[in-house]
Design a protein around this ligand. Structure first.
Ligand code: ADP
Ligand code: ZN
Ligand code: ZN
Length: 751
């Protein structure tokens, strides 16, 4: 049964003094002999529990892994996101410390598997005098070359009072650790084991440091405002609206330096895909080995080491993706969130937190300013700036005074697309040729992945669907298979229709792979690089593609949304959007906002240096306001118009929202449960609250479970917290009968 409360255990004498809040420990939980990992959240003289207490079995950590701030944060997070407290505690720890209980043999026999491996290296110290080594040398057989080399080395060390790393001896003489250990047993030497860190970006630590740039007037104004709050230890939130290329990153860097000068730590969040090696290099270039980097592209071990460097106060500047919001810095003086509008800051598993809210909490706790930056702030943040909750800072010009690139919209309804040019209008193709003929580079964005969306029978309309989920399978030409993007199910592409036996199976939709092939035929001399989920699956692939494109090893970079962020290459003079409409077609109230953001971001990739750039956008909706205003890069008009639409539709930011989703293997049970919850809400909330649904989720079946949902829209509901809490409690019982309820505060979408 899932549980959501602290439990009392006694501290046995052998552990006295070791049990401290923030340390992980092992306890016997429930009936039987089941051992689980627990987190010490408090120590008190007398128990709250009246029965007999079980003792804590062992303590896993020498030092607390969560400090007072993070413990308090975990409790707030559990409350705010309606997640179990233990889930929140686990979320804050690096994977390596999330000890799992693993079933061995019978039901209630569990063992602890600690994935927290500290990497160590051995050092060799001499244990005898040079004279002793001379004696030892005489006793070694003359053909035992390695032993002789070792003794010579030891003799040398005993005179210089030095030490040598074991791996150096292995490299030089082939002396293994085993040989060293037996030599240690004979008393020849002393072996010392020392902890080391894996350095994911070691090569960047030795780079020459970059100097701060002379700030432009608009940068200086933004800097001064936030720097004042750093010095004054104010928990203010700033919203920096700066067009792409306005020099937001330089402002971040100088503010981090200001925090350092004040003896404080700085934390900067960047969207996962914005955390390019280029970005890391910019921060490391300024702060060197002071910087720790945390993102999912690192191995568990690397992340664990970076995390420990932070926790131990050895790194004072942290750059990371969403989960770095929990970086164990002890003395925060500045928090930054770049591209604050990005969806990837919201976690879509429990706890469903938004990193922005976590940073705001830490900003309050530490009396440190929070700086949110974006060229296209989320409507929520911009509305808060309007109300004075956040302080608005503006940087409307590019740092190099270059104008923003002109954006041309191509109406695809009128474009003459012959069979041969596939997804390319004549204008787009001409622009690419023109760009390449001048030795420049082009970036092309396609709002999709895969070769083509789906497979359909032309005879009977059969579409290949996932057997576990309510969704069509995606075609992948690289593996010649159909894959489900939800559960990973994979199967061969059918040659004949499984439904009617016809051979008229066709591929529909477009994908990066297909566009790459078309482009290869249209421009046989162009070197094309592709960047999407499939080509970046392997560790480091993302960075390698960007690096090679930066070295001009390709003329065209073709990719999905992930190319819209952070690219800053002087030779890119053309940005082409092949299909601007994909997001607009979704039944989602944020569709316009997303389209506007994406087009603005990707346009910002062109003409960043001296060479002027241009942007071409192919669309079937040239009159849509999101596309028209993105063309003019007019955020203010877009904000005004979109706020009006949201007001009309009672959508955020005019309303708060909360989504509840129930799942069960039995569809009937899932449906009944969601209606029960709707009933509870109706009774508990005021009649100003609006409940959308209950309804079947847009993708009603995933991994063999059925999903039903409802969305609450509300303005002021003091009772909501209590109602939801009682639901959370009831799930502790119902999860035994196969129900699951997902709580989602401010969901990213209603579908
Ligand atoms: P943003 O993050 O707003 O998109 P960047 O920080 O990447 O913008 O800056 C865009 C370009 O302008 C970069 O090449 C950067 O080196 C340059 N730049 C930024 N600030 C200055 C400055 N004060 N003086 C000269 N160049 C600058
Ligand atoms: Zn068929
Ligand atoms: Zn599936």
């Amino acid at each position: 049964m899932q549980t959501n409360q602290p439990y009392d255990y006694s501290i046995p004498d052998v552990l006295s003094g070791q049990v401290v809040p923030g340390k992980r420990c092992v306890v016997n939980f429930g009936k039987g002999t089941r051992l689980v990992m627990g987190m010490v959240v408090g120590v008190q003289d007398a128990p709250d529990y009246a029965g007999t207490l079980k003792p804590i079995q062992s303590v896993l950590d020498k030092e607390p892994v969560l400090d007072k701030e993070l413990l308090q944060l975990s409790s707030w997070l559990a409350n705010d996101s309606f997640a179990f407290w233990i889930t929140c505690l686990q979320t804050m720890l690096p994977t390596a410390l999330r000890t799992e209980t693993k079933r061995i043999g019978k039901m209630d026999e569990f063992t602890l598997v600690d994935k927290g491996h500290v990497q160590t290296v051995y050092y060799v110290h001499p244990a005898q005098t040079a004279a002793d080594y001379a004696t030892i040398q005489a006793s070694v057989r003359s053909n035992a070359k390695k032993q002789l080399a070792l003794v010579a080395e030891l003799s040398h060390l005993s005179q210089s009072q030095g030490e040598v790393a074991a791996h150096a001896l292995t490299r030089e003489y082939g002396i293994t650790l085993g040989m060293l250990k037996s030599a240690a047993d004979k008393g020849w030497l002393r072996l010392e084991e020392r902890e080391t860190y894996r350095h994911p970006y070691a090569e960047l630590d030795d780079m020459p440091r970059t100097k701060p740039l002379q700030l432009t007037d608009q940068q200086q104004k933004a800097y001064d405002a936030v720097a004042k709050s750093i010095k004054g230890q104010q928990a203010a939130t700033y919203l920096l609206e700066g067009v792409t290329g306005s020099g937001k990153t330089e402002v971040y860097l100088q503010l981090m330096a200001a925090a350092q000068a004040a003896g404080k730590d700085a934390l900067m969040l960047v969207p996962e895909i914005g955390l390019t090696p280029q970005m890391v290099a910019r921060v490391k270039g300024r702060f060197g080995s002071q910087v720790a980097v945390l993102h999912s592209g690192l191995s568990d071990g690397e992340r664990y080491d970076e995390w420990r460097r932070i926790a131990r106060g050895e790194a004072h500047v942290v750059v990371g993706a969403r989960s770095a919001a929990f970086a164990p810095l002890h003395n925060l003086g500045l928090l930054i969130m770049d591209e604050e509008h990005e969806n990837s800051y919201k976690q879509d598993d429990a706890p469903r937190y938004h990193a922005r809210d976590v940073l705001r909490w830490r900003s309050e706790y530490n009396h440190a300013p929070l700086l949110l930056g974006s060229a296209t702030p989320s409507l929520e943040s911009r509305a808060r700036a309007e109300k004075g909750v956040y302080t608005q800072l503006l940087m409307p010009e590019r740092a190099n005074k270059q104008p923003l690139p002109p954006v041309d919209v191509i109406d695809m309804r009128e474009a003459d697309l012959d069979e041969y040019s596939g997804d390319f209008s004549a204008q787009m193709l001409a622009a690419i040729k023109d760009c390449l003929s001048q030795g420049n580079q082009a970036v092309l964005m396609l709002n999709r992945r895969g070769f083509s969306s789906f497979v359909m029978c032309r005879e009977c309309g059969y579409v290949a669907k996932c057997p576990n989920c309510d969704i069509s399978l995606t075609l992948h030409m690289d593996t010649h298979s159909l894959r489900c993007h939800y559960c990973g199910h994979e199967e061969a592409i059918p040659r004949v229709c499984p439904s009617c036996g016809s051979k008229r199976i066709r591929y529909y939709g477009t994908g990066t792979e297909k566009v790459q092939q078309t482009l290869g035929k249209l421009l046989p001399d162009a070197r094309i690089m592709r960047m999407d989920v499939d080509t970046t699956r392997r560790k480091g692939a993302h960075g390698r593609i960007l690096k090679e494109f930066g070295e001009h090893k390709a003329d065209i970079l073709l990719g999905t949304q992930m190319i819209a962020k952070g690219l800053d290459y002087p030779d890119v003079t053309l940005v082409g959007v092949i299909n601007a409409d994909t997001a607009l077609g979704l039944p989602d109230f944020r569709a316009s906002e997303r389209t506007f953001q994406l087009l603005t971001q990707v346009s910002g990739r062109a003409g960043r240096a001296e060479k002027p750039g241009r942007v071409l956008v192919q669309t079937y909706n040239p009159d849509h306001y999101a596309i028209r205003l993105a063309q003019k890069q007019d955020y203010e008009r877009f904000f005004a118009l979109e706020m009006h639409m949201r007001h009309e539709g009672d959508y955020p930011p005019y309303y708060f929202t909360f989504k509840l989703t129930v799942s069960h293997e039995d569809e009937d049970k899932a449906a009944k449960a969601i209606f029960r919850l709707a009933d509870m809400l109706q009774k508990g909330l005021s009649d100003q609250a609006i409940i959308l649904g209950p309804s079947r989720a847009a993708i009603a079946r995933v991994k063999r479970k059925y999903y039903y949902q409802l969305v609450i829209k509300y303005k002021n509901e003091p009772e909501l917290q209590a109602v939801l809490e009682s639901m959370l409690e009831s799930t502790q019982v119902s999860s035994r009968s196969g129900y699951q309820i997902a709580f989602d505060r401010e969901p990213l979408s209603f579908i």
